[in-house]
Design a protein around this ligand. Structure first.
Ligand code: SF4
Length: 248
């Protein structure tokens, strides 16, 4: 398989994300088709992953891509929000070979989703994962734990959501919240109660501090907040491990 990009940029503005609020550039569907034919002929690919931060933004464009690649018989996957797909788009994606969508679910707490400026609801999450499975497409869930304001209660809400929808989820990744440079939380760290000591106006080039896997830095709030996040993260992980033993 190969990694490809269909678009660049994302018009949304999630507070934890450094890719948002960007002008979106779409590749022309014919150009994409030619690239896939090239990859198929030269490298014998059987499938591809669209690695765009948010591939399913525009209904018309998505339907065009799907129609143009359908006869290539390639299996593919993409990342998406839960609120930009619908029945028609999912059907067309499935027909054109889409086998998995990675959804930014992020949290089961409406309070945290709102603080993230994610602009999605729990009902949208539940509806979309069900509908995706209905069209035979696998669901991978992306969760972010530890956004400012996370506590035992909000974590329990995420666990509750996962309990309700886990039969529609095939794979899952739990990331720990990190204030990524370029994201709204990074730029407005005071507003999110993030410790200024982690920031240097002079960029030191040390990206290692911002790794998103298993990063348990005390980014925000008091020591008690930090301990609370740590404890609730462990709770979430042990629940996730119990339902997806191979995933974590
Ligand atoms: S998390 Fe996804 S939808 Fe939100 S700004 Fe980033 S790329 Fe866009």
């Amino acid at each position: 398989m190969a990694h490809v990009m269909f678009t660049r940029g994302c018009p949304f503005n999630c507070n934890f994300c450094s890719s948002g609020n960007r002008y979106v550039q779409f590749r022309c569907p014919k150009n994409i088709r030619n690239e896939l034919i090239f990859l198929k002929e030269k490298y014998k690919i059987e499938g591809f992953a669209i690695v765009d931060d948010n591939a399913i933004i525009n209904k018309k464009k998505t339907m065009e891509y799907c129609a143009l690649i359908e006869d290539l018989n390639l299996k593919w996957s993409a990342l998406s929000r839960v609120d930009t797909v619908n029945r028609e788009i999912l059907e067309s994606m499935s027909t054109s070979g889409c086998i998995e969508i990675k959804y930014g679910i992020e949290s089961g707490s409406q309070k945290i989703l709102d603080m993230m400026n994610k602009k999605i609801s729990l009902d949208q999450i539940k509806h979309t994962v069900r509908l995706t499975k209905h069209f035979g497409i696998k669901v991978k869930a992306f969760i972010i734990h530890g956004f400012p304001g996370e506590d035992l209660e909000t974590t329990q809400e995420t666990i509750q959501l996962l309990k309700e929808i886990h039969q529609f989820i095939d794979r899952i990744t739990v990331f720990r919240f990190v204030p990524l440079p370029g994201s709204p939380v990074y730029e407005n760290y005071r507003e999110f109660n993030i410790h200024g000591t982690h920031y240097h106006k002079e960029w030191d080039g040390n990206w290692n501090r911002f790794r998103i896997y298993n990063n348990d830095t005390h980014w925000w709030g008091s020591h008690d907040d930090y301990l609370n996040v740590k404890k609730s993260y462990n709770l979430l992980i042990s629940y996730v491990k119990s339902i997806f033993p191979d995933e974590i």
